[in-house]
Design a protein around this ligand. Structure first.
Ligand code: HEM
Length: 432
């Protein structure tokens, strides 16, 4: 890494890191939510402290909200633009930083996640056509057979780490196939995903930034070769379709491929592992699901609401505006707590109760809302429903065999280790 990269880190991550840590130490709930170990292990007390401070709160690190109506309104208001880490950099420094850009990746432009219309519309359209609910329904059989093979491979009565042995494997197998990557390369994607995920947070450390940058450079070389191969020998996968359409240039293609790959498994792994922990900790809810399996899709919505795999996002005001009686100036950033909105008592009765029969669980904002609403929501729901139902039908007596370990991340929320004892294997798993 060149010294300029350290300078880039200092401006984009190092300075916000110092600011966040300083205010977190002084007890500011927004800074704590973005940087303190409590936010990783149990963000709820901090979210409630933010809620108690007001619907839209001005903290030393910007505006923030855990209010369902405000979060949803801002997400749907196109006068608010998306906020990447670079959005926090003072304008005069930006051209210099642009010269030190990394290769295309999920968290920097031209990734659709961090660009505004009209480019966002152009980037999203060709990808969206491959993610229709109908297209996802066609993948169901494949999800079913991948899940079944993984469950067959688990040791009956034995111990397993459900993150590495199951929760991470289901989504990576599916998204790899959707993008035409060979099975043998999944291990590289798991390692790259691990290294790049912290880049969704603000104020990450220099060693973490260095590891992420190295992974991005490796991924870029891999994608150059993969895209060249798809040009010569196109397959039936989404990426072959995007390459052949000519809708996106090479940088845009690679940004979309890395985003789909990362978003495709780094979030769903958390849905599955958070779901395991919540269901094991609320055994009576598992019994309800056993008695009435039709409840499974709603149980997935409740997991998404109660233990959100993505905790927050951010937006920047495009012009001066007024919301909930406060004035937000053009250029101000707003931290939107999706997890906080999901516990808003004005929308969810008794919000801290985990209830798989909750009638309006689906009103959660875990998949965001508005023009950036998650493209993979149908796929994630289908994978989550099938994986969790098949797991508990196959191993009904599954119990935790130690304290699950959270990943030290603030935007993504899941486990790095989930030790379980599987218990006796049930004879058959019914189709979902
Ligand atoms: C439980 C699983 C998932 C969760 C919680 C989740 C959550 C989200 C959220 C919150 C956003 C929008 C962020 C914002 O508004 O700033 C988003 C965007 C996105 N997600 Fe997901 N996601 C999940 C699974 C997936 C899967 C499986 C895929 C694809 C295979 C995917 C692809 C995308 C893409 C491409 C975007 C960018 C959309 C845009 O910016 O227009 N996601 N996701």
């Amino acid at each position: 890494m060149k010294p300029q990269h350290w300078f880039r880190w200092l401006v984009v991550q190092g300075t916000p890191r110092l600011v966040l840590k300083t205010y977190a130490r002084r007890g500011d709930p927004v800074a704590q939510l973005m940087s303190s170990p409590e936010a990783v292990h149990d963000p709820i007390p901090l979210l409630e402290s933010l809620r108690a401070s007001g619907r839209l709160v001005l903290s030393p690190v910007g505006w923030a909200s855990a209010d369902h109506e405000i979060v949803r309104t801002i997400l749907r208001d196109t006068s608010f633009g998306v906020a990447a880490a670079e959005g926090f950099v003072p304008t005069p420094l930006r051209p210099m930083l642009d010269r030190l850009e990394l290769p295309p990746n999920p968290v920097q432009p031209p990734s659709m996640l961090v660009i505004d219309p009209p480019d966002h519309t152009r980037m999203r359209k060709p990808v969206a056509s491959a993610f229709t609910p109908r297209a996802i329904r066609r993948l169901r059989d494949r999800v079913e057979s991948v899940t079944s093979e993984l469950l067959d491979a688990l040791p009956p009565r034995g111990a397993a780490d459900l993150v590495s042995d199951f929760a991470a494997q289901v989504p990576i197998a599916i998204i790899s196939e959707m993008l035409g990557f060979p099975d043998s390369d999944r291990k590289h994607f798991l390692a790259w995903g691990d290294a790049v995920s912290p880049m969704l947070d603000i104020g990450i450390s220099w060693p973490t930034t260095r590891a992420a940058s190295k992974a991005i450079v490796e991924m870029d070389r891999y994608l150059d070769a993969h895209i060249a191969r798809l040009r010569r020998e196109p397959g039936e996968d989404i990426l072959s379709g995007l390459v052949a359409s000519g809708d996106l240039d090479d940088r845009e293609l690679k940004a979309s491929a890395t985003l789909l790959m990362g978003a495709g498994f780094e979030t769903t792994v958390n849905l599955i592992s958070n779901g395991v922990v919540q269901l094991v900790n609320h055994r009576e809810q598992l019994h309800r699901l056993r008695d009435d399996p039709e409840l499974w899709p709603n149980a997935i919505e409740e997991v998404l609401r109660f233990d959100s795999p993505v905790q927050n996002t951010g937006r920047i005001a495009g012009h001066d505006t007024e919301l909930a009686g406060v004035r937000i100036r053009k250029g101000n950033t707003v931290v939107l707590s999706l997890a906080g909105a999901n516990r808003d008592p004005d929308v969810f009765t008794d919000p801290h109760r985990f209830d798989v029969t909750r009638a309006n669980a689906k009103e959660h904002l875990t998949f965001s809302s508005g023009i950036h609403v998650c493209l993979g929501a149908s796929l994630a729901r289908m994978e989550g429903t099938h994986a969790l139902r098949a797991l508990f039908e196959r191993f009904p007596d599954l119990v935790l065999a130690g304290i699950p370990r959270r990943r030290p991340l603030f935007t993504l929320h899941g486990y790095s280790r989930l030790p379980v004892l599987l218990g006796q294997r049930a004879a058959q798993t019914s189709a979902v």
